[in-house]
Design a protein around this ligand. Sequence first.
Ligand code: M6R
Length: 357
Amino acid sequence: EKGTYPHYMLKEIDEQPLVIRKLIQKYQNENGELVIDEDIINAVKQADRLYIVAAGTSYHAGLVGAQMIEKLAKVPVEVHVASEFNYNMPILSEKPLFIFISQSGETADSRAVLVQVKELGHPALTVTNVQGSTLSREADYTLLLHAGPEIAVASTKAYTAQLGVLSILAAVLAEAKGHTLEFDLVQDLGIVANAMEVLCNAKEELEDIARKFLSTTRNCFFIGRTMDYYVGLEGALKLKEISYIQAEGFAGGELKHGTIALIEDGTPVIAISTQEQVDLSIRGNVKEVVARGANPCIISMKGLETEEDSFVVPTVNELLSPLVSVIPLQLISYYAALHRDCDVDKPRNLAKSVTVE
Ligand code: M6R
């Protein structure tokens, strides 16, 4: 039930701090250590390469998850759009393991890949919110999101829960492989949950940003580099699916290879900067679009902020920054859709689970 909330989407955005806290508990043992079923970790440990297969928002979570796993566990990871992989399977490594990420566990495109993978005899792990879902039943292993039912078509809390589970998988796998982590994930996810709470309390400010940048525009660009690029893809998907504003996410460095031609006077460009290594580069990209008339909205992380920024998220572990930087993007999309009188929870032409290929 959505209770006093006008929309499920807003309720589900607000649930995110709790979802992350619950997730930590669900994956903790009695000593407070993060654990994953031994069979699962052994299977993942034996793989020489992981293949993440997903669609939509879950694909975007996969892009971030792959970075977490590569950085912490030092295992190569490929991320694929399910509907493409199905028809265009790359040459696989000798010992692949497949990770299907799906909120519903019912996405037909992902299932079609799982069927092929099983025929080839490769192990598969499903990361899903729905116990007993098709993808969960048909894979060898399941990791649950524990996010509670997600009703709004626009996925929000499932995305952050997927990132939470993938960060736990990355950390536990890293330790199983003998790599020492330089941070305490339980503590850092706790910091993330607190930061999420701060962001959920910044609704008025984010509504103003939506009004200022998106009330009349027909299009909007999201730019970022590395992790921020992946979050930008998710921000663009969120905005387009519920507000019908044409939105695209780009890697900052790609702008000059084509997209910058689309920048006109007043075009909103939302730039995300949470990664110290690429902060200067993305700010350079902002200057390039501003010189062509863009209306820049910079969302940065505390510690990297400057006076020109429109919104600053609290500091968290850089590897976990997508869990927090996505929240202003979710809320900006929500308010942009609201201001345009769109049906936020049930956008046109879309279904909650896509059960056809
Ligand atoms: O249930 P799944 O995670 O497999 O669904 C995948 C996509 O259909 C889904 O994420 C879709 O992109 C959402 N509407 C995004 O908000």
